[in-house]
Design a protein around this ligand. Structure first.
Ligand code: B12
Ligand code: SF4
Length: 470
């Protein structure tokens, strides 16, 4: 079969991007696990328009909730041409009925256990409507099909070495979507890192791990980093802040070429952390934790979320200065979003806080889909934009870069300069996150608010644990 894999996207900034740092790994991983004999192409809507024609025998779509409208409209157009469409990923896994109005089949959860069957069924013309992937072992996974990537990404070597996360932050789908914590054999990961594909030297050298929490299983992580030492690679990933308590791990990170770590800081206030069960973070420990990473020259990227129940607009705007004060090199600033599959969604649904007049573009991380506790949705949006503008103002960016020049390794500094330059330029040229059209017609069929009790129980447990630990 001719298979076209499309990773959907919808611009999140007023005028999109001039260049692109990193591709998703999803599309090129799906291509890699596609059995031999199929002709595969991968299209990232982020960097090129999706051609809608009758050339493929099957189109496979992957998308997040924020991009669902785009994906559905593309699916509708393919199906009008008689091309069947299958969809998977974090959105359709929770919105199966909705997705089935636009696609022929939905894959719930992880693809590995069912993908060959899906393709076989479509080839025979007898697809099922729903396939349920199970979270299988990660042994023997192939190297992503880097050869199928568009030549538009600055850092194309993306990979995944683990799946899942042992923490249970209430706004995050990972514990439900990728249950347990599973690791790939170190040799497989090293094979991916050693493989050679890219035209430019830094593209060969820099690897971006798209893991949920790469270093959380310490013994395996140390084995991996020991094996990476000497490969002459530079690497980045997402990790939880507790890594800084393990000096041996930090040493290995430095030796193996770590240039950047993304920490889910989320908030500078313990009350917010507690409200979402983020038990591994303590606001009072941030500065010291960041300093330990800086001691190794590692650039600290950090996610911050606006819209927690304790926050008002002034607190949100003030975060822009406070994050500089604790030493963050690159902030990522998003708005709390109730994704189905999370305890946060169940709780907000139960409490009638999910706004009925919001559509999927409001779920792209930069818009408001729920009623905040201490402000209106509009005030939250305005406060977020003000914070964003302040955090990426020339003076704020320059102060981060000046500090970085003293503290970061050359690789860490390059990263900080590239990212701060990217966002700073957006701020300077009036290209902030775009606002989704509001209010729209009610278009999301949220279920009956009789929330699944088990996820709420998990949230309660996690909040209690935060309390005990604090
Ligand atoms: C890496 C990552 C990113 C990266 C890369 C983004 C990208 N486009 O891939 C970055 C940091 C840029 C990012 C950003 C965002 N992300 Co993100 N991200 C992840 C993360 C941690 C891993 C995804 C990944 O690459 N996994 C590895 C690959 C191999 O697996 P996979 O994508 O899960 O695909 C498997 C299955 O889902 C399935 N599958 C997926 N698609 C398809 C399609 C078909 C046809 C089939 C059969 C199967 C299938 O099979 C695959 C193999 O098993 C996930 C968490 C998670 N565990 O999923 C969050 C996650 C996907 N992100 C999420 C969100 C919300 C965002 C942001 C909106 C956050 C924000 N506030 O700004 C932005 C969006 C920006 C953007 N440009 O897309 C949410 C999505 C929730 C939802 N319902 O939409 C997740 C689930 C985390 C969470 N908070 O709950 N993200
Ligand atoms: S630590 Fe990160 S990946 Fe793990 S549950 Fe919390 S937000 Fe999700």
């Amino acid at each position: 079969m001719k298979l076209r894999i499309v990773v959907n996207y919808a611009p999140r900034y007023r005028r999109g991007h001039a260049f692109h740092f990193v591709p998703p790994v999803t599309g090129i991983h799906l291509a890699a696990i596609t059995p031999a004999g199929h002709e595969v192409e991968v299209i990232h809507e982020q960097v090129r328009q999706v051609p809608v024609d009758a050339a493929p025998d099957l189109v496979a779509l992957s998308f997040f909730s924020g991009f669902a409208r785009n994906a559905y409209s593309i699916a509708d157009r393919y199906r009008a041409l008689g091309v069947p469409v299958v969809a998977g990923g974090p959105h359709v896994s929770y919105w199966v009925e909705e997705a089935l109005q636009h696609v022929d089949a939905v894959v719930i959860g992880e693809a590995e256990s069912v993908w060959p069957e899906v393709l076989r069924d479509f080839e025979r013309g007898t697809p099922k409507r729903v396939y349920r992937g199970v979270a299988s072992e990660l042994t023997g996974l192939p190297t992503p099909r880097y050869d199928l990537l568009e030549n538009r990404f600055l850092v194309p070597r993306v990979l995944q070495a683990t799946r899942g996360c042992p923490f249970t932050c209430s706004f995050c789908s990972v514990p439900d979507l990728n249950p347990g914590f599973r690791v790939r054999p170190v040799d497989d990961v090293i094979r991916d890192l050693e493989s050679s594909h890219f035209p430019l030297p830094w593209q060969e050298k820099v690897a971006w791990f798209w893991d949920d929490n790469l270093l959380v299983q310490r013994r395996w992580a140390k084995e991996l980093l020991t094996a990476m030492t000497g490969l002459n690679r530079q690497w980045l990933t997402q990790a939880s802040i507790d890594i800084v308590k393990d000096r041996e791990l930090l040493d290995l990170m430095e030796k193996s070429g770590c240039i950047g770590i993304f920490l889910g800081i989320e908030s500078l206030d313990d009350a917010d952390l507690k409200s979402v069960g983020k038990r591994q973070n303590r606001a009072a420990e941030y500065s010291e934790a960041i300093a330990r990473l800086h001691d190794r020259g590692i650039c600290v990227m950090a996610g911050f979320i606006s819209g927690f129940d304790d926050q008002d607009p002034a607190m949100i705007v003030g975060t822009a200065d406070r994050l500089n004060a604790i030493g963050i090199d690159v902030p990522f600033l998003s708005i709390l979003t109730p994704f189905r599959g999370t305890p946060l969604y169940d709780e907000q649904l139960r409490d009638g806080r999910i706004l009925a007049d919001r559509d999927w573009p409001h779920y792209n991380g930069y818009n408001v889909a729920f009623r905040p506790a201490k402000m209106s949705p509009e005030q939250l949006l305005r406060a977020h934009r003000e914070m964003w503008n302040r955090a990426f103002s020339p003076s704020s960016v320059l102060s981060r870069l000046a500090r970085g020049a003293r503290q970061l390794s050359p690789g860490g500094m390059m990263l900080s300069a590239a990212m701060n330059g990217f966002y700073g330029l957006k701020q300077l040229t009036g290209n902030p996150p775009a606002e989704a059209a509001t209010p729209g017609a009610e278009s999301i069929a949220h279920p009956d608010p009789a929330a699944p009790p088990e996820r709420l129980a998990r949230l309660r447990k996690s909040r209690d644990a935060t309390e005990v630990a604090a």
